[in-house]
Design a protein around this ligand. Structure first.
Ligand code: RVP
Length: 480
């Protein structure tokens, strides 16, 4: 009968990692990992493409601290493109599309370009050649007169050759006490711009996930059949496309993935899935990463409404095993509530984890803040919730009929958690601690050698604080 060979599925609360003999101190462990075939990260965290989690601010923060953000798709292609561009432009050590003005440009016009394009100064160019530089400071002293650029710009402009390295550029900026260094070719034509601000920012975030040009990396979610959106995102500078569907193990999706893989040249991560068979079928379409999780999400009701799913530790482990022979990275998506869950997800075989709930409460998430009983919260909702389906264009979860939906998610609020930086610091501290207990020097080591013990409900009860009334809540253990 159907139950003789039935398997048991485990999730985070069903298991613990065995402490092992170790020679690794938490502060020495290495937590770099892979999100997909070609995307390496120094911190194994991906922010979920949800409309209360990842827009520009989140993607910028996550990439600065070493992970990568995936911009959600519950908006038009243009809106999503604008967010991708904002992340890509947020920091770049060398600006290539330099906005310039001419000596005859009026200051009124300069001010309006400054405001519209959010820049604080311009190289001044006459007949293609660099003749001066104009910064906010020069404008401040010019008053409201009808002057033109030529009258207020700095004429003995310091510039550097195009192939200058960042260290030398830094030195020139410092020695001359200037903010902006135009890069010029042999004909004195402006071909780039380095700003002091960008150099300082770069040094402030040594772990940042950057592309070869020094810009922050960012991913974009697209529907499984939306090749056009994927191509637009690539054109706008996205480094990664993440397929966003509740069930990727579907003939039509598989066929579309083959086309999508050929239609773009950046990495393509597909999901969600929860079985080894799905992993094999997805890998055969040529995708570069797998997103695992059917139903573990904190806002997800799929398992209750549709009766399907796989407890997340088992899902991760099954998919990771199928993916290992092809070396395809696995993203564990959903259900992570504490740093210990991250250690377990990686030990089960994931390369990185995707977070929704834990990031939705941060300052950088797009959700709205609210006060409930004197405590600060931020809104958080499933992409299959009525609210998300109605306000957007998401089709992650099937729409049945024109105006009636069968929701597979809920809407609510999570405690406010401060800045992404603080949350990640706590989460990575927990991960490093766990790796120390297991004796894993790297994430790869943890994936290969982490060993689990299965626990009972009394084991779980013993694991949480018990027999105490908690008076002081630490930042990494919250009570709802
Ligand atoms: P969590 O981190 O536990 O909050 O889970 C986030 C994940 O839940 C998302 O990355 C996505 O896979 C899934 N999700 C998003 N919306 C819904 C839903 O409405 N059912 N589920």
């Amino acid at each position: 009968d159907k139950f003789t060979s039935i398997r048991e599925g485990y999730t985070f609360d069903d298991v613990l990692l065995l402490p092992a003999k170790t020679s690794v101190e938490p502060k020495e462990v290495e937590i770099f990992s892979k999100v997909s075939r070609n995307i390496n990260v120094r911190v194994p965290i991906v922010s979920s493409p949800m409309d209360t989690v990842t827009e520009a601010d989140m993607a910028i923060a996550i990439a600065r601290y070493g992970g990568i953000g995936i911009v959600h798709r519950n908006m038009t292609v243009n809106e999503q493109a604008r967010i991708v561009v904002k992340v890509k432009r947020s920091e770049s050590t060398i600006i290539r599309n330099v906005l310039t003005v001419s000596p005859e440009t009026s200051l009124v016009e300069v001010r309006s370009i400054m405001k519209a394009k959010n820049v604080s100064g311009f190289p001044v160019v006459s007949g293609e050649k660099l003749v001066g530089i104009l910064t906010k400071r020069d404008l401040e002293f010019a008053g409201k007169s009808s002057k033109v650029v030529n009258e207020v710009m700095v004429k003995d402009v310091v510039s550097a050759p195009d192939n200058i390295n960042i260290e030398d550029a830094r030195e020139i900026l410092y020695r001359n006490r200037i903010e902006k260094l135009p890069l010029v070719d042999k004909g004195n034509r402006v071909v780039g711009l380095i700003t002091a601000k960008d150099i300082v920012t770069r040094e402030k975030f040594p772990d940042a996930t950057r592309d070869s040009k020094g810009q922050l990396m960012v991913g974009a979610a697209v529907g499984p059949f939306d090749i056009e959106r994927a191509q637009t995102m690539e054109k706008m500078g996205a480094d990664l496309i993440v397929i966003d569907t509740a069930h990727a193990h579907n003939e039509n999706v598989l066929n579309s993935l083959k086309k999508m893989r050929k239609g773009i040249s950046i990495d393509l991560v597909a999901g969600n899935i929860a079985t080894a068979k799905a992993a094999e079928d997805l890998i055969s379409t040529g995708v570069d990463g797998l997103r695992v999780g059917i139903g573990p999400g904190s806002i997800c009701t799929t398992r209750i409404i549709a009766g399907i799913g796989v407890p997340q530790i088992t899902a991760i482990s099954d998919v990771a095993e199928a993916a290992s022979s092809e070396n395809i990275p696995v993203i564990a998506d959903g259900g992570i509530r504490y740093s210990g869950d991250i250690v377990k997800a990686l030990a089960a075989g994931a390369n990185v984890v995707m977070l929704g709930s834990l990031l939705a409460g941060t300052e950088e998430s797009p959700g709205v803040e609210m006060i409930i009983n004197g405590r600060k919260y931020k809104s958080y909702r499933g992409m299959g919730s009525i609210g998300a389906i109605q306000t957007g264009i998401s089709d992650r979860y099937g729409k049945i009929g024109a105006n009636k939906f069968v929701a597979e998610g809920v809407e609510g609020a999570v405690p406010y958690r401060g800045k992404v930086e603080e949350v990640l610091f706590q989460l990575m501290g927990g991960l490093k601690s766990g790796m120390g207990y297991v004796g894993a020097r790297t994430v790869q080591d943890l994936r290969e050698n982490g060993e689990f013990v299965k626990i009972t409900s009394s084991g779980l009860r013993e694991s949480h604080p018990h027999d105490i009334r908690i008076m002081m809540e630490p930042p990494n253990y919250q009570i709802y």
